[in-house]
Structure formats: C-alpha cells, structure tokens
Design a protein around this ligand. Structure first.
Ligand code: GAR
Length: 219
C-alpha cells in the first residue's frame, strides 16, 4: 500500500510534462487560481520545441523547458535527465498532460506512484494513440477519460478517477474529443486535489479514495 504524501504546511508541487496545446495544464492552473486545487506548478517540460504549453507556462511566469530526446544517447539517459530536473524543481508529483512519450524505469524509480496521467478513454479500453478515434470506429456507446498512476506499461497503471461521456452515432473524432476534453478539465484537477489532501492510496492494482481527510498524525 502506498499513499502519496505531501509535506504539510506547503502546497503540493507539480511538474507538468506535456507535448502539445496544454489545455489540461491551463485547467489545472485555473483550479489553482480559483482555490479548488491546493498545489503549484513549479516546472513545465515538453519534448516538442514549439509546443504551445511552453508559451502558456511562460505567460504565467512558470519555469518551462524543452527537452529534446534526440540529444540523449538512450531513452534511459533522457529519463534520468528528466527525473533530475523534476527533483531539482522540488516536485512532489509528476503530471502528464498530453505527454506522448513513455516514461521508463529510470524515471519511475524516482517517482513511483508519484506520476499520474490523463487518458481520453475509459481504460483499459483504447489505450495508446488516438483513443477518441478508436472509440468512434469501434462503435462504443460510451467513452470518457481516465486519470491513473503511471507504471511501465502503456496506460496500464492503477486507476484513480474516470468520467463517462456518451458517444453519438454521428460523432467524429473531433466532436468526441471536444466532449471528452470538457470532462478532462474537470476530472484532472479533482484527482490532483484528492492526492494533495492525502486521500489517495494504491492498494495492489487498485486505488482507494479515502472519504475522510487524514490528519498528519494518522497518515
Ligand atoms: C488530452 O486529450 C489528453 O487526454 C491526451 O492528449 C490531450 C492533450 O490535450 N493524452 C493522451 O492521449 C495520452 N495518451 P492538451 O494538451 O490540450 O491538454
């Protein structure tokens, strides 16, 4: 059993890893601004030089870095460098928000059960790329999004929260993406706040969400 602890007396520090537009990053920042999420984003890292998420972080005065995986001799070496940056920034939790690369053992060794991801489908259905298109093509009646801990697999870690949306007969990848994204923006900050308040624990492959707020003495 493993609980994500955040030191009492200060906000949970988030490192956000993202490859693209950064709408989940923005939703997280809005939740922080509005007091719904007791956290602060200390660094944003992208594997894409032109990723809009980097300029969005810059506008907010948040440290932002482009890490080019091709600059490293191996995936492991890149993972080690990323972990080092997150540690230097004092991150308690790593938040993947549209980060399109797998993180391996060399990263997770430092942030096991302290790395979370959001995926635009109801896992374990439709892991991997273009999950919304997979759902439309399969003809499912419902899809949604999943916030889960990251392990070495592809979208396989213990599930924290899920939200369901209907899939309509004439949906396209774009219309379903938009419907799911609205849920993502609500669900991700909510999951992060549960973690920030010490209510989330990993029990084997499952996640327990505690009903009561824990005090420092009983954790
Ligand atoms: C989101 O829909 C997220 O669920 C998805 O990428 C999008 C990023 O959007 N992530 C994955 O597909 C990971 N497998 P954003 O950059 O606007 O937050």
């Amino acid at each position: 059993m493993s609980v994500v602890h955040t030191p009492s007396g200060r906000k949970m520090r988030l490192a956000v890893l993202a490859s693209g537009r950064g709408s989940n990053f923005e939703a997280i920042c809005r939740s922080v601004d509005e007091g719904r999420l007791q956290a602060e984003v200390v660094v944003v890292i992208s594997d894409q030089k032109e990723a809009p998420v980097l300029s969005k972080a810059g506008i907010r005065g948040i440290k932002n870095l482009y890490i080019n995986p091709a600059d490293y001799e191996s995936r492991d070496a890149c993972d080690v460098a990323m972990a080092h940056i997150c540690q230097e920034a004092g991150a308690d939790l790593i938040v993947l928000a549209g980060y399109m690369r797998l993180l391996g053992k060399s990263f997770l060794r430092h942030f096991r059960w302290r790395t979370v991801n959001i995926h635009p489908a109801l896992l374990p259905a439709f892991p991997g790329l273009r999950a919304q298109r997979q759902a439309v093509e399969y003809g499912v009646r419902f899809s949604g999004c999943t916030v889960h801990f990251v392990d070495e697999g592809m979208d396989t870690g213990p599930i924290i929260l899920q939200a369901v949306v209907p899939v309509h007969f004439d949906d396209t990848e774009d219309t379903l993406t938009e419907r799911i994204l609205r849920e993502e923006h609500r669900l991700y900050p909510q999951a992060l706040q549960l973690i920030a308040t010490g209510r989330v624990e990993v029990v084997g492959r499952k996640v327990r969400i505690r009903k009561q707020l824990e005090t420092a003495d009983t954790r």
